[in-house]
Design a protein around this ligand. Structure first.
Ligand SMILES: Cc1cc2nc3c(=O)[nH]c(=O)nc-3n(C[C@H](O)[C@H](O)[C@H](O)COP(=O)(O)OP(=O)(O)OC[C@H]3O[C@@H](n4cnc5c(N)ncnc54)[C@H](O)[C@@H]3O)c2cc1C
Length: 499
C-alpha cells in the first residue's frame, strides 16, 4: 500500500519505533483505524528501539507484582531475591538524577503506568525475562538484584521490534515504509493530517488526529552542534540515523511549545572507533559499562570523574558527556586482572578498541593518544589512595573509596597492580536527546499559549520534560510505551468524537 491509496485515516502515527507502535495499538484498542508512516526502508525499521539492550524499570512491591510481568519458574521464585522497587523509589530516582526538574505530572504517569503498560504489552505478545546479567550477583547462595532493575524485554531490541510489528500486523494496521512526514496539515486551528514525501512524490494523508512519535534529533549533526553544544557534531550516534528532529520541527512550526532539556542528551561511553551511527549487527555492544570497576583517564593520563559515584544505572547516561568534554573527546578505561571477571559481555566483542599488557609501562605505550608519564603518575597516586580497610563488594555501594584525591572514587576502588592490564578506548555516544515538545498529561501537544493543539499528540523520545541531565536506566522504553499507548488512545477518542 502507498500513501496515495490511503488518502484518509482516523489516526496517522508518524514513526515506527516502540512509542509509535504502542500508539497505533492503543488507537486500535479504542476502535480507531490508525496507519503508521515510517521514513526508513523496511530492513532498517524499528528506529532506536531496534538497538536497545531492553532493560526496563517499573514498580513492584512483592513477588506477585514481579510475576505480573515476568514468568518465573518455581526455582527462580525460591532462589532469587528480587527485592522491591517502590513508587517512592522510582520517584526518588527520577528526581535525583534529573536534579528534581522532571515534570511531576509526566513522571507520575510514568511511574504509575509502567507496570500496567508492560502487562498490556505482554497481552500483545511481547515477552520479558529477568535481567540477571549486570543487575544481580550471587550472595550467600542466593541471586540478589541491585539498582532497582530486574527486567529485560526478551531478546532485546530485535525481538521487541519483531514482536511489536507482529502485533501491529495482527491488528490489521498498515505500515507505510519510506514515507517521510514533512509537515502537519494545520487548518482552522486544528491538525488534519500530514504532508508526506514518498518515492520522490509529495502528497497528503488526511486524518482526524496525528500522533508524532518519530524520535529526537540525535541523528542530526547540525542540531546536535546547535543544541547540545560545540563538538557534539563529532559525537557518535548509538542508534538509528533517521531521527533528525523532524517531528519536533513540524510541531514547532505550527506553534507548539518546546519543553525539557534542549542542551541535554543521554550519552554514554562508546567505542572510540565505532561507526557514526548504530550498527544493527553489533547493537549496543559498543557501549562499555563496567567503568565503575576501572579508572578512566584522558589524553593527559589524568582521571576526570568519580567512576564509582553510584551504580552504573545512575551514572552511565551522563558520563558520555563528561568524556565528550575531555581533550580529543576520548578516554581509556583501565582494569587489572582482579576485576576482569566483572567485565560485562560487551568487553568481549570482536570490534573493540583494546590494549592489553603485562606491565603498566607497556600499557601506557599502547594507549593511543595518552601521555604515558601522566598516566603512570595517576596510577601511582590512585593506588596509594585506595582504602584497604573496607571490603570490596560489587553488589552494594561498598564505600570502598579513595582518600585524599582531588577527584575521588567513592565506591568499588581497587588498586591497579595485577597483570595482565587491560584498557578500552571510549568516546561519546549519543543515545537520544532530552529536548522536545510539551505535552499535557493526556499527551496533547500544547501550543506556546499552554493550550492543547486539537488533533495533535506526541510520545516517545520527542517529548520534553521527563529527563534532564541524566536518566535512570531502563526508563526510555517504558516511557515510550506508556505515553505511546496513551497518545494512541487519546488520538482515537478525538478522531471518533469521544473527547
Ligand atoms: C543503543 C541503544 C540502547 C538502548 N537501550 C535501552 C534500554 O536497554 N532500555 C531502555 O529503556 N531504553 C534504551 N534505549 C533508549 C530507547 O531506544 C528509546 O527510549 C526508545 O526506543 C525510543 O522509542 P521511540 O519510539 O521514541 O523512538 P524510535 O524507536 O527511535 O522511533 C522513531 C522512529 O521514527 C522514524 N522517523 C523519524 N523521522 C520520521 C519522519 N519524518 N517520518 C516518518 N518516520 C520518521 C524513525 O525512522 C524511527 O523508526 C537505548 C537506545 C539505544 C540507541
Amino acid at each position: 500500500m502507498n500513501s496515495s491509496e490511503i488518502g484518509q485515516a482516523d489516526v496517522v502515527v508518524v514513526g515506527a519505533g516502540n512509542a509509535a507502535l504502542c500508539a497505533a495499538l492503543g488507537a486500535r484498542d479504542e476502535g480507531a483505524s490508525p496507519i503508521v508512516l515510517e521514513t526508513a526502508p523496511e530492513p532498517e525499521r524499528g528506529g532506536n528501539t531496534f538497538f536497545v539492550a531492553g532493560s526496563t524499570r517499573w514498580v513492584y512491591n512483592n513477588l506477585d507484582e514481579v510475576r505480573e510481568v515476568l514468568d518465573l519458574s518455581e526455582e527462580e521464585m525460591r532462589t532469587v531475591d528480587f527485592g522491591t522497587y517502590t513508587r517512592e523509589d522510582y520517584f526518588e530516582d527520577m528526581g535525583r538524577v534529573t536534579q528534581y526538574r522532571c515534570d511531576p505530572d509526566l513522571t507520575e504517569i510514568l511511574v504509575d503506568n509502567a507496570r500496567p503498560t508492560l502487562v498490556w504489552m505482554k497481552g500483545k505478545g511481547i515477552r520479558f525475562e529477568p535481567m540477571y546479567k549486570g543487575q544481580s550477583q550471587k550472595v550467600d547462595g542466593r541471586v540478589k538484584f541491585f539498582g532497582g532493575q530486574i527486567c529485560n524485554f526478551w531478546g532485546g531490541g530485535p525481538e521487541l521490534t519483531a514482536g511489536l510489528f507482529r502485533a501491529v500486523e495482527k491488528a490489521g494496521i498498515p505500515v507505510l515504509y519510506e514515507t517521510t512526514a514533512i509537515a502537519l496539515i494545520y487548518e482552522k486551528g486544528r491538525v488534519n493530517g500530514v504532508v508526506v514525501e514518498s518515492g520522490g512524490e509529495r502528497g497528503e494523508i488526511r486524518s482526524r488526529a496525528v500522533v508524532l512519535a518519530c524520535g529526537g534529533f540525535e541523528s542530526s549533526a547540525e542540531m546536535r552542534a546547535r543544541y547540545l553544544g560545540p563538538g557534539y557534531e563529532l559525537a557518535k550516534v548509538r542508534g538509528t540515523q533517521h531521527n533528525n528532529g523532524a517531528g519536533i520541527r513540524m510541531a514547532l512550526e505550527i506553534g507548539a511549545m518546546s519543553a525539557g532539556h534542549w542542551s541535554g542528551a543521554h550519552a554514554v561511553g562508546w567505542d572510540r572507533n565505532a561507526p557514526a551511527f548504530g550498527d544493527r549487527e553489533v547493537g549496543d555492544g559498543f557501549q562499555k559499562h563496567s567503568y565503575i570497576f576501572s579508572i578512566m583517564v584522558n589524553a593527559r593520563g589524568e582521571r576526570f570523574v568519580d567512576e564509582g559515584a553510584d551504580f552504573r544505572n545512575f551514572t552511565y547516561a551522563k558520563y558520555g558527556h563528561v568524556v565528550q568534554q575531555q581533550p580529543g573527546m576520548f578516554a581509556w578505561q583501565v582494569f587489572d586482572r582482579k576485576v576482569e571477571h566483572l567485565l560485562r559481555d560487551e568487553y568481549r566483542i570482536r570490534r573493540v578498541t583494546r590494549a592489553v599488557a603485562d606491565s603498566l609501562g607497556e600499557l601506557a605505550g599502547k594507549m593511543e593518544g595518552v601521555d604515558p608519564k601522566g598516566f603512570l603518575a595517576t596510577v601511582a597516586e590512585y593506588n596509594q589512595a585506595v582504602r584497604q580497610d573496607v571490603p570490596f563488594s560489587p553488589v552494594i555501594k561498598d564505600g570502598r573509596g579513595t582518600v585524599g584525591l582531588r577527584i575521588p572514587k567513592s565506591n568499588w576502588a581497587n588498586t591497579i597492580d595485577t597483570p595482565p592490564f587491560q584498557a578500552y578506548a571510549v568516546t561519546c555516544g549519543v543515545t537520544f536527546t532530552f529536548g522536545g515538545v510539551k505535552i499535557s498529561p493526556g499527551t496533547s501537544v500544547q501550543n506556546v499559549g499552554g493550550r492543547d493543539i486539537p488533533g495533535l499528540y506526541a510520545a516517545g523520545e520527542m517529548i520534553g520534560g521527563l529527563f534532564y541531565f541524566n536518566y535512570p536506566s531502563g526508563s526510555g522504553l517504558v516511557a515510550g510505551a506508556v505515553f505511546g499507548r496513551r497518545a494512541g488512545a487519546s488520538a482515537a477518542r478525538h478522531a471518533l468524537g469521544r473527547s
